[in-house]
Design a protein. Structure first.
Length: 302
């Protein structure tokens, strides 16, 4: 009988791709959903974070759990209410799962949680961030730290716990490119701020394979950066994306103060960025399929 992987956030961009990868790899997949859905190749279970409700069978029937759920970081302005929603949407699911595991003394083979390279802070520097660096004390750093610390509660139950610190995800018609591609496709692409801020990235196919490996490789433990180690900046990505649509960027750079005016504190997410090391995940034997930015973008827009 196939081992079961339960996903939170299974209907999102990453979750939909990962579901197919896991099924192709021979796993059965279950998804927690807020609405009633008919079971197909995937089994659906109900949950409601607002009511602190989860169908316990979803957890009890799982061999592995992958936690992807969470409000989008750059969907809305970072008001205090929005910040609270961003944090709670990441930790509430873990608390619900933890309660079921503890109540029934259920032992998973592994609990794998998403996290973000934002843990290293909203700054731009030339250093390359590794997993042993301390988290930053800004909003993104603090959010990721709370997220990972809550995941470690699962680890306290004697369950192997892995945290995937994810960079910007490139994929067809979804994720990062869903937001920026329309402007570039129509000929109105522009560089944000100085353009010198680093932009760590990963292609969706590689990210899903990292998650799949974190399920199958019982030596994986703790945090791993899911990002290509290169020198990609906002300027470099913008130039390549424009060239793929057959033009050179002609609009002036969008000044930082304009972005701050319209986005508020959320502008930190697009005006800053650091390089991120992929050495730890590569030492597990993982090999990236996409390490060339242009090829990754071509695969994502065509």
């Amino acid at each position: 009988m196939a081992q079961n992987v339960l996903l939170t956030g299974g209907s999102g961009f990453i979750g939909k791709h990962l579901t197919n990868v896991l099924i192709d790899a021979g796993y059965s997949v279950s998804v927690l959903s807020r609405s009633d859905k008919k079971n197909t190749e995937v089994t659906y279970y109900k949950w409601d974070l607002n009511k602190n409700y989860i169908d316990e069978n979803a957890v009890l029937n799982a061999d592995y759990i992958i936690h992807l759920a969470g409000e989008g970081i750059v969907e809305k302005r970072w008001t205090q209410k929005r910040k609270k929603a961003i944090v709670e949407s990441r930790i509430k699911p873990i608390d619900l799962i933890y309660a079921v595991l503890e109540k029934h003394n259920k032992k998973l083979n592994a609990f794998i949680s998403a996290s973000g390279v934002g843990i290293y802070g909203a700054v731009t520097s030339h250093k390359i961030c590794t997993e042993d660096m301390p988290p930053a004390d800004d909003f993104l750093g603090t959010t990721c730290q709370i997220w990972e610390n809550t995941a470690d509660k699962i680890g306290s139950l004697g369950i192997r716990t892995v945290k995937i610190r994810t960079a910007i995800v490139l994929g067809k018609d979804e994720g990062f490119l869903k937001k920026v591609n329309p402007g570039f496709k129509s000929g109105f692409g522009a560089v944000l701020g100085t353009g010198k801020q680093y932009l760590p990235w990963i292609h969706i196919e590689d990210l899903c394979q990292i998650y799949c490996k974190s399920v199958s490789d019982n030596q994986m433990l703790g945090p791993y950066n899911a990002a290509v180690t290169d020198n990609t900046t906002n300027l470099r990505l913008s130039k390549i994306l424009a060239s793929l649509y057959g033009y050179t960027i002609w609009l002036p750079k969008i000044p930082a103060f304009v972005l701050k005016l319209f986005l508020g504190q959320m502008s930190e997410a697009v005006l800053t960025g650091q390089r991120v090391s992929s050495e730890k995940i590569q030492k597990t034997g993982f090999e990236f399929q996409f390490t060339d930015l242009e090829k990754a973008l071509i695969a994502s827009i065509h």
